[in-house]
Design a protein around this ligand. Sequence first.
Ligand code: GYE
Length: 326
Amino acid sequence: MRKLIAVIEVFVFLAFIFTGCAAPDTQEEDLIVIGMSQTGAESDWRAANTESMQAVFTEKNGYRLLYDDARQQQENQIAAIRRYIQEKVDYIVVMPISESGWDAVLQEAYDAGIPVIIVDRMVDISDESLVTAHVGANFYAEGERAVAWMENEFPADQEINIVHIQGTQGSSAQIGRTQALTEAVEGNPQWNIICSMDGDFTQAKTYEVMKEYLAGCEVLPEIDVVYCENDNEAFGAIIALGEYGYRIGEGGTQIIAFDATKQALLYCREGKISVCIECNPMLGPLVESCISAMERGEKVDRYQYVDEGYFTSVDITDELLDSRSY
Ligand code: GYE
């Protein structure tokens, strides 16, 4: 029996040599292991962001991607990072739900010698060196683009009523976009925020809070602008406003939305969304080039921002829609 096993072992060994195949273990060992902690799946933007990462971190490209969906809970993200540290992954990639509360766990990753790349939103930490790089967007600049559109759209002496629907509280996207609006309102005595709500970046929550707000008004207010901090919030707001008889678009209630996903661009072409402020979710290639540079021993820039713009109905061409994959 033992002889038979030995013969089989020799045969398997020769088969690997002659077919040119490496044993599966060796192949696995060559892969760069990425532990990724994604915020959740709250929006179309998020789905596109996850897909963009999965498209580049493939075995074909030399990677093994471990993926964890934190379902919008920071404690789930922290638990996933701790698991990745124990598993001794090569890199940790985090899309942080909020800015605060990361010092301890990122220190643990640092002590374990695992580089951490923060993607999309930022973290607010006391020691910057705990993070190797941040790949994402400048959310304050996005907010400034929305404010510039408003300044251009409404005459300076016109009183305007704004409903502000914020994103997930404490996330960089919420903080930056909110800050730009708050500062603009402080500088424009004619601009009034008549209501501020948390839409948590989802269509369902925004539909709910918007309806609740309108249901609680004795007289329906005139609303000139709804500043939605992402597209899905805009979709929810449009449905709720429609149910209360609001006329959406120029001359009525104008919707501002952030992200510029395909569905929002289609709405923009129809006039349902007046301006789409772009936020690019396709960050996978940039994160991958950052990691491959580190693999080659090169130093990478700590902050890497993507270029973004904005769109109004005149910009929505068939080519743009065809080229939009998300
Ligand atoms: O705008 C929103 C998502 O952090 C930039 O999060 C991201 C934001 C994006 O849920 O749709």
